[in-house]
Design a protein around this ligand. Structure first.
Ligand SMILES: Cc1cc2nc3c(=O)[nH]c(=O)nc-3n(C[C@H](O)[C@H](O)[C@H](O)COP(=O)(O)O)c2cc1C
Length: 374
């Protein structure tokens, strides 16, 4: 089993430190090779080029600091779909947190709450919607994939409403059929020895369904036919704010606006889906130009430092989401590790703001950044 006990978090002062420590902690585990490569950004995994693009694009974008600004008081707090958050960083959804720490999604939700921000609870979870909500560490968002069984989607939406989640995050970039059945636990060796068998795809268990309706156990049967008219159906299903995750073009951002979506996450899934995709930070300007002001724009992919956060804000994001960094923190020290990573980003962001003459995350203009060639 992984050794989650021996890390003094004070020694970890950067996201890179957490990544290195997570490699040590998880080394003894039986993570499948593909999973290991994806979470540690190994050149041998299929989406690595997209992942590398995400990272490299931040290095082509430079900061233009302003001086003689009174930076005695810095405000890092903002709101996300009206929920106050203490820094513009949210923990993104990633599947089955128990693969990385025994306390799984509970630890992630507690860590995010301790840092004063939101954790997005994944549909592919080892703790259920209700178990995480019972922590009382609001606010939470619920991420779902739409499956062929629309009744199941509706049921999950009702459960998220009942458990007082604040938003639904629909991941649009599942690649349809290619990922179909990717979560089928009985045949999927990736779960063996990692997740308590009782906790595989916990949200698809039926115990809390008041109607007693049977839900196919343990299968995430992605619906490859889901299209914009179906999004209208989903929009009509709930009054919860709707977030679409996986937007990469101005055209699709505009369609989200037309379909009554409240927020989008500009995301290429951290490279886990399509190789050769554009870096998300490079995509952000066209999307901000198309829908900025009409809906809230979030972005993820390759954010590893407070200056990355600042660059995203400058190009129109309200806040960023982090995937792997939170996962590394979780692996290293559960709740404290997730909170620790968020505190690293908070410190770095505050320092960058002070040096750039930015006093409030709500007022970061695009003049703060310049492209490498300019
Ligand atoms: C191991 C892993 C599992 C993921 N699982 C999901 C998922 O179940 N649903 C989802 O919407 N995104 C998932 N993602 C994508 C993340 O939400 C996020 O978009 C991505 O990790 C951001 O890039 P970053 O890791 O560079 O921060 C996953 C990412 C990783 C690394």
């Amino acid at each position: 089993m992984a050794d989650h006990s021996s890390t003094a978090l004070g020694e970890l002062s950067s996201v890179g430190d957490y990544e290195r420590r997570a490699r040590d902690v998880l080394a003894a585990e039986t993570l499948p090779a593909g999973m290991w490569q994806a979470i540690f950004e190994d050149p041998h995994y299929e989406g690595w080029q997209t992942n590398r693009n995400n990272r490299a694009a931040f290095d082509r974008l430079w900061l233009r600091p302003r001086v003689f600004v009174d930076v005695t008081e810095l405000n890092l707090a903002t709101t996300a779909l009206e929920a106050p958050i203490s820094l513009p960083v949210i923990v993104s959804a990633f599947g089955h947190h128990q693969r990385f720490h025994p306390d799984g999604e509970l630890a992630t939700a507690r860590g995010a709450a301790a840092a004063g921000t939101i954790a997005v609870q994944p549909i592919a979870a080892s703790f259920s919607i209700e178990e995480v909500a019972a922590l009382g560490s609001e606010p939470l968002w619920f991420q779902l994939y739409v499956t062929r069984d629309r009744g199941l989607t509706e049921h999950l939406v009702r459960r998220a409403e009942e458990a007082r989640y604040r938003a639904l995050v629909v991941s649009a970039d599942h690649g349809g059929a290619t990922l179909r059945n990717a979560g089928a636990p009985e045949r999927d060796s990736e779960f063996v020895g990692m997740v308590d068998p009782e906790r595989v795809l916990r949200n698809l268990r039926n115990e809390s369904d008041p109607s007693g309706r049977a839900i196919p156990r343990g299968r995430l049967d992605f619906d490859p036919s889901f299209s914009w008219s179906d999004l209208a159906w989903l929009r009509g299903l709930t009054r919860l704010p709707l977030v679409v995750k996986g937007i990469q073009t101005a055209e699709d951002a505009a369609l989200c606006r037309e379909h009554g979506v409240d927020a989008i996450v500009v995301s290429n899934h951290g490279g886990l889906t399509l190789t050769n995709a554009r870096a998300t930070i490079d995509t952000l300007p066209e999307i901000t130009a198309a829908v900025g002001g009409a809906l809230e724009i979030y972005v993820d992919g390759g954010i590893r430092h407070g200056t990355d956060v600042l660059k995203c804000l400058a190009l129109g994001a309200r806040a960023v989401l982090i995937g792997r960094p939170a996962l590394w923190g979780l692996a290293v020290a559960g709740e404290q590790g997730v909170a620790g990573v968020l505190e690293v980003l908070r410190r770095e962001l505050a320092r960058a703001m002070a040096f750039c003459g930015v006093t409030d995350v709500a007022h970061v203009g695009e003049t703060l950044v310049a492209r490498e060639s300019s």
